[in-house]
Design a protein around this ligand. Sequence first.
Ligand SMILES: [Ca+2]
Ligand SMILES: [Ca+2]
Ligand SMILES: [Ca+2]
Length: 232
Amino acid sequence: MKTSSLKAFILSMGLLLVSGVGFTPTAQAAITLVNGGFETPAFGPGANSYPVTIPGWKTTDSSFEIWGTGFLGVPSYEGTQFAELNAFIAGTLYQDLVGIGSGTPLGFEMAHRGRAGLDVMNLTISDLGADNLPGGSGANLDTILFTKNYTDGKSAWGFYDSSGEAPIVALGNTTRYAFKAVSAAGGISVGNFLDAVAFGEGVVVPEPGTMLAGATLLIPLCASVYRSWRKP
Ligand SMILES: [Ca+2]
Ligand SMILES: [Ca+2]
Ligand SMILES: [Ca+2]
């Protein structure tokens, strides 16, 4: 390679690193869960509703329980509505995301609150294996990508995200994002409020400073390689 073309190559690599273009995994629209704020369908402030279906979410309970902001004095964390995980039983709310490529970094955010006291729920993110269904063995075996319990009292919302957690990386099959009621101060049908849920590709992206730090380390390295290559 001629000196001038090598110089141009090193320069363009440096520019790619600074712009962050080299870190973009895909040009496709990010795959994320939907209706994370429980705003659809809209029942309005102060309402208490038990829809059998809502967009995006599935439940192991006989219905969902959606609260309108202000019902029994509890405000939404975001928007006008939120959900109670313990509708009639200690159920599980979940969404299955299809089409996330293997190796894709995943992130989440959510707000959680107790109803009658300290309520505990579990968040588990899993790859469902080759059958894209829960359970199974061999290639169909599910893999837990992340699991953690969250405890909050009745006086305020707790807000959490994945920024402080170990990397959560997709394995390429259907990815399940699930909240399970663990315990509730008010009993099995009273507890675990949820709101402002987000999960998927591009949710909680690395801080821009991380990419710049990477670039500032790599640019001098490129320059040093270039200098040593030029030495007779
Ligand atoms: Ca909401
Ligand atoms: Ca309930
Ligand atoms: Ca499976």
